[in-house]
Design a protein around this ligand. Sequence first.
Ligand code: ADP
Length: 497
Amino acid sequence: MGVGWKRNDPRTFVGRGANPGHGSSPNIAKPGDFSIYGKNNQATNAIDANMFRRILIANRGEIALRVIRACHDLGIEAVVVYSEADRDAPYLELADRKICIGPAPAVESYLKIANIISAAELADVEAIHPGYGFLSENPHFAEVCRECKIEFIGPPQEAMRRLGNKSEARKIAQSAGVPVVPGSEDVIKDDEEALRLAHEMGFPVLIKAAAGGGGRGMRIASNDISLRTGLNAARQEAENAFKDGSVYLEKYLENPRHIEVQILADQHGNAVHLFERECSIQRRHQKLVEEAPAPRLPPDVREQMCQAAVRLVQAAGYQNAGTCEFLVDKDNRFYFIEVNARIQVEHPVTELVTGVDLVQEQIRVAAGEPLRFKQTDITLHGSAIECRINAEDPYAGFRPSPGLVTRWDVPGGPGVRLDSHVTAGYRVPPNYDSLVAKLLAHRSSRPETLAVMRRALKEFRVEGIKTTIPLHREIMNQSSFIEGTVDTGFIERYWKH
Ligand code: ADP
């Protein structure tokens, strides 16, 4: 079934004019007014004659809206795809055209390459922005785009392939002199090899899927028996999720911090970092709160991590926006774990503290523009925190809570940014990720940012669905979070519900 699916149904292929004034929607509060553009560097906001005219957005929800906004800010037409489950979503009206690509299940719509390429051809776009999740890190999709002469707004498929295999990515990191978590040099051949390596590095060890993501195919093993059972379970889970059951071993670090470095690289050999994000507040390896800069990170460690990230992406031939993830131990030793070859959910944190519009930069890089700033042009401004608001009940094991949103009163005022596709009357579909909003605060110091976030969380009133807002209110008042001494064990230790 190509995108010609229901081609004669006028409802599914109706294009709507965008409202260019919508960028000033009341749910967005502008962050502090500073810009690295147009100062003593070549960066200006002038739109290049070689820029794309029309882009297809192969995603949904808040990231689809985020890319629509970036397109319109650059004077580019935005075409958005949608599944039947999203047909009434209000953000679709903000695109210049919307195209239905199939029924609710993602495998029949947002993951269906043939349908997305047909939509791109139908709309005559020059480029596709994949957002995050879905096809964003699928090298085959990037390859198909290239064959169809459509620019994929992301890294080249070769770099994506190399880094998509985490075991390979570890080798690239090592070759670039970037420290990795002690572990196996390659994927594991058999259980005996795994046992030998685990004894060499000492238990506990972490079994990880080479093709892994989203915490899938990951198991902790603390002895021979749990290693054998863990290997089987991880291989099975990885095979089901990624059609690749290969696994490797890492030493399991006790409650490290998760700190990642944002990078941008162009097609002309230039690469810069945009500093780090602390993402240690996680539940089941899924991030809940992110912030920049990482509290209490010594400046020399920050500098070393950021430089390591740049070396690594250059060694991998990487282009576009990407993230190098590191674990940091109690002595501030850092270890590379993986590269996320896409824009990340938490990218607005970096946008707030650097003033760089990362989605616009992604588009510019894909259009062949050289980076418009040098490393020394990028500086940190203040502190930013993001709370991921999910349609989940934090008091009932984070059970998903899809359904009709009957009240959606959003916060605003100084220092607040809200990225969300939700409005009152919107029905959160049960089929996809439960993220309904990203609430951000940005001020010149961390205590001020915390105060704004607490105030914004108080102002945020949602009814009809359960959300993680009450959990965030608690986190923002928890003493170790306030002190900036959290690690990845935070939620398990302090959240007993
Ligand atoms: P995925 O891509 O599946 O999300 P990652 O490699 O990014 O997996 O790891 C996700 C999270 O799992 C990390 O943020 C960290 O909390 C935890 N983790 C990963 N590797 C280790 C390790 N070697 N020791 C301890 N925790 C780890």
